[in-house]
Design a protein around this ligand. Structure first.
Ligand SMILES: Cc1cc2nc3c(=O)[nH]c(=O)nc-3n(C[C@H](O)[C@H](O)[C@H](O)COP(=O)(O)OP(=O)(O)OC[C@H]3O[C@@H](n4cnc5c(N)ncnc54)[C@H](O)[C@@H]3O)c2cc1C
Length: 270
């Protein structure tokens, strides 16, 4: 449970972080809240030779309205998002979901950029981001680029981000008073989701039903054709490939996906 030795570099700006990434290459890892990276380092599943600590980049911590979108800085911690007045008014699903991540200690350290970059298929906030739509803003040596959330999570702990880039912002549409629903099934309140479903504006995203967070496209298509919520939700697990573990086998996860999707859609429609 002790990580292998590493060099530690503290940076104060995105430019400094990108310079350090360019200097140290693929051996380096950014450290934000550390609540995903440090556990896997202790298990020696990640053995970076350099940790670039970006937690002191205060410029990356914000929530602001920008036209018809809400922009969230990558360094925004889960508890900051949970309590943010702009987020609560403009995109209320996100602060709600931020408040369902882990326990208070996790929420006070973990960042939205970290959970986005980590690409764990069981993550709560990426599930909500995928249902909301929008983009992940990356910055690298060539400047900024925006990747739609539908293209960002490419595989189990894999993303469309290059090793010399970092997440600097998340952008989601302002949903205001539009209905939404988030259903997370856990054995204990503070746990990761065994399965979760997020629904807003006819879109549904699922956690822990494949190698990445995924959209329930068969459900979305059925809703667009005018199917009832109950009929559409019955299709939620189509095209998914859930794993099995000590918490649930594949059939149980499929059942949960259908059930949680129905509940999330019903809440969104209420
Ligand atoms: C006990 C416990 C319970 C948890 N429960 C839940 C839960 O219920 N639901 C849930 O969704 N999550 C849960 N988490 C995970 C938590 O949300 C993490 O904080 C989050 O997944 C990672 O964010 P971080 O800021 O801590 O990232 P870090 O751990 O610092 O980094 C994670 C990865 O992202 C990279 N990275 C970080 N920031 C950036 C950036 N800006 N640009 C590019 N790469 C970056 C790092 O290099 C690393 O590879 C839990 C964690 C713990 C320890």
């Amino acid at each position: 449970m002790i990580p292998s030795p590493f060099e530690f570099v503290k940076v104060r700006s995105v430019d400094e972080a990108l310079t350090a990434l360019a200097e140290h290459g693929e051996d380096a890892k950014l450290l934000a809240g550390g609540h995903s990276l440090l556990p896997i380092m202790k298990l020696r599943l990640a053995i970076p030779s350099v940790l670039i600590d970006i937690s002191g980049i205060t410029d990356l911590s914000y929530v602001r309205v920008d036209g018809d979108q809400v922009a969230i800085g990558a360094g925004t911690r889960h508890f900051e998002l949970q309590r943010d007045e702009i987020a609560r008014a403009e995109v209320p699903m996100l602060p709600h979901v931020a408040g369902r991540v882990g326990d208070p200690q996790v929420r006070h350290r973990g960042t939205i950029g970290g959970t986005t970059a980590h690409s764990d298929p069981a993550s709560d906030l990426p599930t909500a981001l995928l249902a909301l739509g929008g983009t992940v803003v990356l910055q690298g040596p060539g400047g900024r680029r925006e990747v739609p959330v539908t293209e960002f999570w490419t595989g189990f702990f894999e993303t469309a981000m290059s090793p010399d880039e970092m997440v600097v912002e998340l952008r989601v549409p302002r949903t205001g008073s539009l209905g939404w629903g988030y259903e997370k099934f856990t054995r204990r309140e503070n746990d990761w989701p065994i399965v979760a479903a997020a629904a807003v504006d006819g879109r549904v995203a699922l956690a822990n039903m494949a190698g990445t967070v995924v959209r329930a496209t068969a459900t979305e298509e059925a809703l667009a054709r005018g199917a009832s919520i109950a009929e559409a939700a019955e299709l939620a697990d189509q095209g998914t490939s859930p794993g099995a573990d000590m918490h649930a086998d594949q059939e149980y996860r499929r059942h949960l996906a259908r059930l949680l999707t129905r509940r999330a859609l019903e809440t969104a429609a209420a």
